[in-house]
Design a protein around this ligand. Structure first.
Ligand code: NI
Length: 171
């Protein structure tokens, strides 16, 4: 498997809307496996294809907390129902390292998607899984979790990230 490099905010590709996957071919399957590997290597719980520079509607995640790996791949995920009840979670993002902020989102969601074998499925997510899938689908629509924050906080984080990116380039 190949370790993919993760785009860091700010990057214009992270603001783009990703396109639907129409054919789950070997390239898409390899992308999914590489994304799962990359997510685990960075100790992330979710990763969306635009974060690795591929503007396609593919998401991988694993929010299990029992020590067992249970990766889930969602192709063309779509929220078909979300609860009125909301929950707050401290979110982070592999494209915005070292930043964590509390974000309010629906507590549970029903998601329609295609799995890696090309089978149409619908799953119910709650808790961290629900937050994670909403965060990842946002990525497919060019939206970052910091977009839920106020403009002052957001521009502060963006400035910090610009500085961080310059520093890692120097190394
Ligand atoms: Ni993210």
């Amino acid at each position: 498997m190949t370790e993919l490099s993760i785009l860091l905010h700010p990057d214009p590709r992270l603001k783009k809307i990703s396109i639907q996957v129409t054919n789950i071919d070997e390239r898409i399957k390899k992308l999914c496996l590489d994304m799962i590997d990359t997510m685990y290597n960075h100790s992330g719980v979710g990763l969306a294809a635009p974060q690795v520079g591929v503007l396609k509607r593919v998401v991988v995640m694993d929010c299990s907390d029992d020590g067992e790996k249970s990766p889930v791949t969602l192709i063309n995920p779509e929220i078909v129902w979300s609860s009125e009840e909301v929950s707050k979670f401290e979110e982070g993002c592999l494209s915005i390292p070292h930043i964590r902020e509390e974000i309010k989102r629906p507590s549970s969601v029903q998601v329609k998607f295609t799995d890696i074998c090309g089978i149409s499925k619908e799953s119910y997510f709650k808790g961290l899984w629900a937050t994670c899938i909403q965060h990842e689908i946002d990525h497919l629509n060019g939206k970052l979790f910091i977009d839920y924050l106020g403009p002052i906080k957001r521009s502060f984080i963006t400035k910090k990230m610009k500085k961080y990116k310059k520093e890692i380039i120097k190394k």
